[in-house]
Design a protein around this ligand. Structure first.
Ligand SMILES: Nc1nc2c(c(=O)[nH]1)N=C([C@H](O)[C@H](O)COP(=O)(O)OP(=O)(O)OP(=O)(O)O)CN2
Length: 148
């Protein structure tokens, strides 16, 4: 297996519904989302690429740019969701509470397969950084060595 990786930065509002502290407040982040795209080493194209970096941008980064950048992300079960949506129809309702972990999982398992359909390439790692200090990562493990 061989991989090609690209990140993209977007700004989104959110809150973590039910959070014990300040993250229950409406707030936002300059998220950095990193996609690691994998293909078979034998299946590199004639130039030697998993996928051109510009294609990763066009297919994955532009999805973020078009769908989520400068939007407010809210869990559809959040009691504030209907009020936020009524105030601003551009609010994005999600099937999950928008933690970094849930966002990474959704981007890797729902969004990326649709965006990369037909390329023969898949996302094996998606990292979502809320800040330079805090991030969550979804990974497809090929082989898992149990912790001792
Ligand atoms: N495992 C997770 N924990 C938290 C998440 C998350 O997505 N996954 N999200 C948040 C909040 O969104 C919050 O904005 C970030 O929290 P926190 O690190 O406490 O905030 P700061 O970056 O401002 O940290 P300082 O301690 O003020 O430097 C919370 N937890």
């Amino acid at each position: 297996m061989i991989t090609a990786t690209r990140y993209h930065d977007i700004s989104c509002g959110h809150r973590v519904c039910g959070h014990e502290s300040k993250c229950a407040h409406l707030h936002g982040h300059n998220y950095r989302v990193t996609f690691e795209c994998a293909g078979e080493t034998e299946s590199l194209d004639e130039l030697g690429r998993v996928l051109d970096f510009s294609v990763i941008k066009e297919k994955l980064c532009m999805w973020l740019e078009n769908e989520w950048d400068h939007h407010f992300l809210v869990w559809k079960e959040d009691p504030l969701a209907p009020h936020l949506k009524a105030l601003d129809p551009t609010v994005v309702e999600l099937d999950f509470n928008p933690t970094a972990e849930n966002i990474a999982h959704h981007l890797a398992t729902v969004v990326a397969p649709k965006c990369l359909d037909g390329t023969g390439v898949r996302v094996i790692r998606c990292t979502v950084e809320e800040t330079r200090k805090c991030s969550a990562e979804w990974r497809l493990f090929n082989g898992f060595a149990p912790l001792r």
